[in-house]
Ligand binder design. Structure first.
Ligand SMILES: NC(=O)c1ccc[n+]([C@@H]2O[C@H](COP(=O)([O-])OP(=O)(O)OC[C@H]3O[C@@H](n4cnc5c(N)ncnc54)[C@H](O)[C@@H]3O)[C@@H](O)[C@H]2O)c1
Length: 301
């Protein structure tokens, strides 16, 4: 997973030049929108990274985007810095985060996988994010957590963020660790984080489960804005979902973020409910975490 060059690959901005001139998309901004000087987006080549990359331009003078080199390429818009970096590489992460004011941390393995893969990208990765954040004085992180930290709750249960976490695999465990890192770094060092337990963030819901958990891209963007700019968030945990009437999650403890979802999965219900109903004991019908609760174990062969 080490980047081929084993080092930082830089796009069209000289990393030594921290006073990058800002032009183009990032300059055409709503004058009332607060902005960071330099905002880091990890996982920029992933599904949500590609969605957020152009949209986060409104929130910073300079957007530093990062992912594994092979995934990222090196094309940078005029307001961007492109930096390839493996989350598992502590020194590279330190350089990546130097000079950033805030971090949107999306990077990592995003599905259930063997522990060794999760360890490198997600567990070491989030540790490196906070270590560097502390050293370089970053004061705000938005962490892409997951609904899989509570995946073993049943779909007939309604929960909030103070309920016990019940991760549904190594992936969910790594996100649970990330939330603990966030809380620890706030309590110890005052680094503020919003951990978003993202539900299902794709263009549309695909099944009954995602009718409950869908987060539209527009709502994701607005939630990001709230997470980045709401003052005094401490460590806040919020379920990332649109205004879905069939949700399992109660966001009362994140009301201070002021997030108001504008989209709803309801418009897809008729089409989704035309799909065959899975058997009553199928994990996709029983558990909030769906098939993740039945993925693995990954015994060595
Ligand atoms: N999309 C969703 O519905 C959803 C739901 C819950 C949580 N999330 C979380 O949100 C984040 C983004 O999700 P996504 O759907 O875009 O996932 P994705 O898998 O499409 O993107 C993740 C990105 O992280 C990068 N990455 C993986 N290992 C890395 C490493 N060692 N170093 C550097 N980069 C590495 C990948 O190359 C990839 O581009 C993830 O953390 C995911 O766990 C997403």
């Amino acid at each position: 997973m080490q980047d081929a060059a084993g080092d930082l690959l830089i796009g069209n901005v000289d990393m030594a030049d921290q006073a990058t001139e800002v032009t183009g998309a990032a300059a055409a901004q709503d004058k009332n929108q607060p902005r960071f000087g330099r905002l880091l987006l990890t996982g920029a080549a992933g599904g949500l990274g590609k969605v957020l990359r152009p949209r986060l331009a409104a929130f910073a003078d300079v957007l530093r985007v990062s992912d594994l080199g092979a995934a990222l390429g090196n094309e940078a818009a005029s307001h961007e810095e492109v930096v390839a970096c493996n989350l598992a590489d502590r020194d590279a992460m330190d350089k990546l985060i130097a000079g950033c004011d805030a971090i949107v941390h999306l990077g990592g393995v995003s599905v259930e996988r063997p522990f060794e893969e999760i360890l490198e990208a997600n567990i070491k990765g989030v540790f490196h994010v906070y270590e560097a954040a502390r050293r370089h004085g970053v004061k705000r992180v938005v962490f892409a957590s997951s609904n899989h930290v509570t995946g073993f709750y049943r779909q007939d249960e309604r929960i909030d963020v103070r309920d016990l976490r019940r991760p549904d695999g190594y992936y969910g465990l790594s996100k649970s660790y990330g939330e603990d890192m966030a809380q620890f770094n706030y309590d110890r060092y005052g680094i503020e984080t919003v951990s978003i337990r993202i539900g299902w963030s794709f263009p549309e819901p695909r099944d009954r489960r995602s009718l409950a958990s869908w987060l539209s891209y527009d709502d994701l963007t607005e939630l990001m804005r709230c997470c980045l700019f709401t003052p005094d968030v401490g460590h806040t945990v919020v379920y990332g979902m649109s205004d879905n009437p069939s949700t399992w999650w109660d966001n009362r403890y994140a009301a201070h973020l002021g997030f108001k979802a504008r989209d709803t999965s309801e418009i897809f219900r008729t089409r989704i409910e035309a799909q065959p109903l899975p058997p009553a004991d199928d994990p996709v019908r029983v558990y909030q975490g769906g098939i993740f609760t039945a993925t693995g174990p990954f015994d060595p062969v």
